[in-house]
Each structure stands twice: as C-alpha cells, then as structure tokens.
Design a protein around this ligand. Structure first.
Ligand SMILES: *Cc1c(COP(=O)(O)O)cnc(C)c1O
Length: 364
C-alpha cells in the first residue's frame, strides 16, 4: 500500500546538480550563492533587501532584535501557529500576547488584535496560516493608529509564492519585515533555512549584523562589533538548492492550488475558505472532522500519515506559566479540536488524489 504523508519536498536533477556544483566550488559558506539567492528572493517578492538565514526561527529572532523588541515590550501573534512565531519574542525578552483567529481562515482577526494593544505593544506578528495571507491592510491600519511605532513582522513560513491583493507576500508593502522558511515540509526547501525581506535599509543592516555576531565590516580586515549577534548564516550549499527550488515555485503553486480545489470539490468535508484578497500558494490543507482522534488513527492504518496544525501555542506548558489557559482563544481552540491536515505536495498525481479521497471516504 502506498503511504502518503501530509507534506513532502520535491527535489529534481537540477537541484542535485546545483548542490553538487557548489560543493565543488571554492565557497561552501559566505560565498556568491547566498547573495544570488537573496537577490532572487528580492526579485520574486519585490522587496528591496533580503537576508538569508539558517532557519525561519533564526529569521524571526533577528527580526525581533532588529526591531529593538526586548524586555518590557509586548508582541501580538496568533495562537494558531508554530511555536517559533511566539518564541522569538521570548528569546528577545519580550512578553507574548495572542489574538484569536477568524473561523473562516484560521488567520489572526484584526479586530482581536485591537483588543490586545497596549502602550507596550512593540510588534505584531501576523502568521499567514496554510499560505493564505492575513488581512495586511487592516493590520497595517491598526499599527499606524497607535501612538508608538509598532513593527509588523510577517511570519510567512507557509506563504512563499502567495499574494495579498496585488502584491507578493514578502514585498513588505504592508509590513516592516517578512520571514520565510525553507524547511523540507514547506513549499520550497534548502534542507534547513529561512530568509527575511525588508524595504528598510536600517533594518537590513541590522539583520545582516545580527546574522553574523553583530559584526559591521568597515574596510579590509577591520570590523566593529556593535550589537550582540549570533551565527545564523545560511551556507552556499543551501543557497544553491534554494535558487534552483525558487525557479520551480510558480509550478509548485499551480499544482498546490489544483490539489486544494480538487479536495474542496470531492471530499465533502468542512475546510477553510480563501478570502477574495488572497491568492495563496497553499502549504497546508486542513479539514475539520467530528472525531479527530479516531480519524487520525484510522487514517494512519489506511496509509495516510496526517498531522495536526497546530496545538494552540498559548496552551503549551511553557506559555501556561504566564496564566494562559483553555478558553482564552475559543476560535483557535475550536479549530484545533477538529483540524487535521491532508496530503498536499507538488508531485501528488491525479491518481494519488483519487486514491486519497477514496481512503478518506472509507474511514469517515
Ligand atoms: C515552520 C514554521 C516556522 C519555523 O521555521 P523553521 O525554518 O523550521 O525554523 C515558523 N513559523 C511557522 C508558522 C512555521 O510553520
């Protein structure tokens, strides 16, 4: 029996060739491929600057540091996300507030953000869940109304290739910075990896420094360490894979949207809806089922390795110590109680889709 996972990378001969060439080149890191990858991301997204890093988690962390988020500050993010969207703020010393999601998309609800704004709010981290963009115009309006500067840092780990209105996610038209992930389950991969885009030169320079020990190069061998930075650099081997993967992104997007449309039409299960402002490169396809635990185990027996995205972050033991508990974010908790992500990846054939739908209908 063919086994299907909820997600899978797609690596072809060109990817292998690109990696091998770089492996034999003089630079394995800090070389030309990283810059070439960054330029390619700028070209694709329309952003002015890009800083490639070794994961989206690192990218979110240095985005926090570049925005000056620290002790005494608050950030607002979605509870329906991967841990890193919130952890980055804790790593920078800040307090994490959550704002509940919209049932239609499981994306952060701008009206809920308003309720959690305080004088201490320093950043909003909207997460483009499943690849569908949040309502960025609404979020930008809220941030601009505040007396203090509130940074908007998009967690676009799911959303490379997606569009919001007429702009590519990552263009930073409605935000200060956008963070992508290139982990193998995401739409394009570099093994591990991530990138931060921005249009702000000052933020760009800070991101560059934080990525590499806080060093600012002056000339020749001279450098000044101004901030306390880390080593969050991406290798040229990873960047070479990223350049090659990025060339296939539009093809990936087309197929991913076809698969989502097929499931929507043929499964008869409750699913998220796409907003009119969105043109998503879908990363995940969650459906809502009555008895999720039973469904999960039956699916496993039927050769479908599905996954739950996500346990709401505020319910994690680490976040409960700050007083969060069940009932705080009812929409996120209701979604979590029933959600399960079905297989969604580029090389699923039409025959695979038919087979997956057949197996699911069998276990319902
Ligand atoms: C995967 C993911 C991350 C972390 O990405 P890494 O590259 O694995 O560090 C952050 N946020 C969200 C929403 C994710 O799905």
């Amino acid at each position: 029996m063919k086994v299907y996972n909820y997600g899978k990378q797609y690596i072809d001969k060109d990817d292998c060739k690109a990696v091998l060439e770089t492996l034999k080149s003089p630079y394995l890191t800090c070389g030309p491929k990283v810059q070439e990858f960054e330029k390619a991301i700028c070209k694709y997204t329309g952003a002015k600057y890009c800083v490639a890093v070794n994961s989206a988690t690192s990218g979110l962390h240095i985005a926090m540091l570049a925005a000056g988020v620290g002790v005494g500050d608050e950030i607002i993010t979605s509870p329906m996300t991967f841990l890193a969207s919130a952890n980055c703020a804790r790593l920078a010393g800040a307090t994490v507030k959550f704002a509940d999601v919209l049932p239609k998309t499981a994306n952060i609800d701008p009206n809920e953000i308003k309720k959690h704004l305080t004088k201490k709010t320093k950043a909003i981290v909207p997460v483009h869940f499943t690849g569908q963009s949040c309502d960025m115009e609404a979020i930008q309006k809220i941030a601009k109304k505040a007396k203090q500067k509130i940074y908007i840092i998009e967690d676009a780990a799911h959303a490379i290739g997606s569009k919001y209105k007429n702009s590519q996610v990552g263009s930073c038209k409605y935000s200060d910075m956008t963070v992508f992930s290139f982990h193998p389950v995401k739409t394009i991969t570099t093994g591990e990896g991530g990138a931060v885009t921005t249009n702000d030169e000052k933020l760009y320079k800070k991101l560059l420094a934080y990525r590499s020990h806080g060093m600012h190069h002056t000339q020749d061998w001279c450098y000044d360490m101004i901030e306390l930075g880390l080593n969050y650099r991406m290798t040229d081997i990873q960047a070479a894979l990223g350049i090659s993967q990025l060339k296939k992104l539009n093809k990936f997007k087309k197929r991913r949207r076809e698969i989502v449309a097929y499931y929507n039409k043929n499964l008869g299960l409750k699913h998220l809806e796409e907003e009119t402002f969105s043109n998503a490169c879908f990363h995940l396809y969650p459906v809502l089922v009555k008895n999720r635990k039973e469904f999960y185990h039956k699916a496993k027996k039927a050769g479908l390795n599905l996954q739950i995205h996500y346990i709401p972050v505020h319910l994690q033991p680490y976040y409960r110590q700050f007083g969060y508990k069940a009932g705080n974010y009812p929409n996120a908790e209701e979604f979590y109680a029933h959600c399960i992500s079905l297989p969604l990846y580029y090389d699923l054939t039409n025959a695979d889709l038919k087979e997956i739908v057949r197996r699911i209908k069998n276990i319902l």
